[in-house]
Design a protein around this ligand. Structure first.
Ligand SMILES: [Zn+2]
Length: 48
């Protein structure tokens, strides 16, 4: 199972652990399964 990473800068999630695919930020936090995060643009909580 691949990990999911949350970009602190643009508040999006992706599977790349090195750099954010959206803003090229490098401050990524791993998300553990079951964590709810707000995804910008969707206005809903996604559960992983
Ligand atoms: Zn980002």
């Amino acid at each position: 199972m691949s990990k999911i990473y949350y970009c602190v800068d643009c508040k999006r999630v992706g599977t790349n652990s090195d750099v954010c695919l959206y803003c090229n930020g490098t401050y990524l936090k791993p998300i553990t399964q079951g964590t709810s995060v707000n995804i910008i643009g969707t206005k809903k909580k996604e559960k992983f």
